[in-house]
Design a protein. Structure first.
Lengths: 264, 228
């Protein structure tokens, strides 16, 4: 400012908007839209008209802008050569094939794992049914069909029929899922069909009766008229006995408990 | 590139690219690579470096596109960030090595090619100057027969080019982006991952430094003033 004054270019009445300090600050932005410099462009140029030092700065800045513009113009259309794009596309393809080849083993592994889980679950359901018959003795006796308990008169014709080759599950027999909730979770029961006892002559007596779990000596079974000779039945036999209201046994079935843990 | 493809958002193209769409990648590359290439060329002054950097930037995008977080900035800013890292790594490596003549600044050759409107970069007319390896060290001269006013213009341009090459990296970046690539302050700030105010102050300082260097070397003459 002092220089300007000394040069006689200082006009205080026109310096109200932009001074030399402000001018230097906004000079690079005079032609840049949206900047403070562009907003003060007219005032800054007016200042440069009157201030020789700032006028020289404008000349220098214009020369610099001209050179920068030349460089920008000369390089504006420059692009990387096409071989770079080709190389990148090859890499893109390679990356895609690597990614898909990485995905394939994972998909196969997932499928294999799922198949293995299904197989294990299927076996756990299937195994008790397939292994139990081997462990349960078949009972050849004068037994009635499993579905009902019949009176002696009805039972007679079925003498010597084999009905227990394939043991039936008791209604109380638990499925594997139920087993986990029960206190005796490891036990699975297999039972024969109910066999009416020889003296149980009144099937109506069964109404209002009860089922009692008993452990009987082998001899008791013989006394009930069940021919169990040669069946490999142990000395103590677990059985469910249907008793009538007056406590008279009406039917019996043999029960075998299989410990699933021991099977596993 | 058609008008329709220009309307497709960068983010959408990137998602399609990640999903394996080659066309999306091609479109993204053609849209973004010129700015990256020019940035690397202006920063290094060397075509092969610029090519390498451009290739590395997009290789990184192919391999690691999921690193881009739209919450943190634009895709352009992400790519410029990768380019800057590659350039810095390169300069670190070159700092301990003796530069070869092939690594000289080739922008003068490009400038002369542009002026003459013929020839390729391999048939350069300019004598490359040594050791302008992107660190801003080393100057050279251009020498080819031209008219006087054109000579003054070219002389100025060449001196400005070399002055830019000697600027510290952070000032050179803003000059390249705001002056040579004519980016707005906002776009440059996004590219450099810094505030707009920083870009503005750096550019101001960079221009002051450039003028200072040019004054020290020789008074600048306006090409338009020659012949008066």
């Amino acid at each position: 400012m002092k220089e300007d004054s000394m040069n006689g270019n200082f006009e205080p009445e026109k310096m109200t908007r932009v001074d030399c300090l402000q001018f230097e600050e906004v000079l690079p932005e005079l032609d840049r839209p949206g900047t403070p410099g562009a907003a003060l462009r007219e005032a800054a140029l007016a200042h440069a008209e009157m201030c020789s030092r700032c006028g020289a700065l404008v000349t220098e800045a214009e020369s610099l802008d001209f050179a920068l513009g030349q460089i920008a113009q000369a390089t504006a259309e420059l692009q990387a050569p096409p071989r770079i794009e080709a190389a990148l596309l090859r890499e893109f393809h390679r990356g895609k094939s690597v990614a898909s080849s990485r995905r394939l083993p994972w998909q196969l592994a997932a499928l294999g794992a799922a198949a293995a889980v299904l197989l294990v679950i299927g076996l756990s359901f299937h195994r008790p049914q397939t292994t139990a018959p081997d462990k349960t003795p078949s009972v050849t006796a004068s037994l009635t069909p499993a579905s009902s308990v019949r009176g002696p008169s009805q039972a007679q014709p079925s003498t010597n029929r084999t009905i227990a080759n394939v043991p039936q599950r008791d209604s109380r027999t638990r499925t594997p899922a139920q087993k986990t909730d029960a206190s005796d979770a490891d036990a699975t029961e297999y039972a024969t069909a109910y066999v009416p006892l020889p003296y149980a002559y009144d099937p109506s007596e069964l109404e209002g009766g009860a089922v009692v779990r008993v452990v009987l000596p082998r001899s008791a079974l013989i006394s009930y008229g069940l021919p169990i000779e040669g069946m490999g039945v142990s000395e103590q036999v677990t059985a469910d006995m249907v008793v009538s209201q007056d406590g008279t046994p009406q039917a019996i079935r043999l029960v075998r408990q299989v410990n699933s843990k021991s099977n596993d | 590139m058609t008008r329709g493809t220009e309307l497709i958002d960068d983010g959408l193209l990137l998602r399609r690219m990640i999903a394996g769409d080659q066309d999306a990648f091609t479109l993204l590359y053609r849209r973004k690579h010129p700015a990256i290439y020019r940035f690397a060329l202006h920063m290094s002054g060397n075509c092969s470096v610029a090519e390498d950097v451009t290739q590395e930037v997009f290789m990184t995008l192919i391999r690691d596109a999921k690193r881009f977080d739209p919450e943190r900035g634009t895709l352009g800013g992400f790519l410029f960030g990768i380019a800057r890292n590659h350039l810095r790594r390169r300069w670190e490596q070159e700092r301990n090595s003796v530069p070869l003549p092939e690594s000289a600044d080739e922008l003068d050759a490009i400038m002369s090619q542009s002026r003459n409107g013929s020839g390729g970069i391999n048939g350069r007319h300019a004598i490359p100057y040594g050791n302008a390896n992107g660190n801003g060290h080393g100057l050279g001269i251009s020498a080819f027969p031209i008219h006087r006013d054109e000579f003054v213009s070219q002389e100025n341009v060449s001196r400005v080019r070399h002055a830019i090459a000697t600027l510290p990296e952070n000032y050179r970046e803003v000059v390249v982006l705001c002056e040579l690539d004519e980016m707005s302050y906002e776009d440059a700030a996004a590219a450099l991952d810094c505030p707009v105010g920083t870009v503005r102050s750096r550019l101001h300082r960079a221009r002051a430094l450039l003028l200072e260097k040019l004054r020290d070397a020789q008074p600048m003459r306006r090409a338009s003033a020659v012949g008066e």
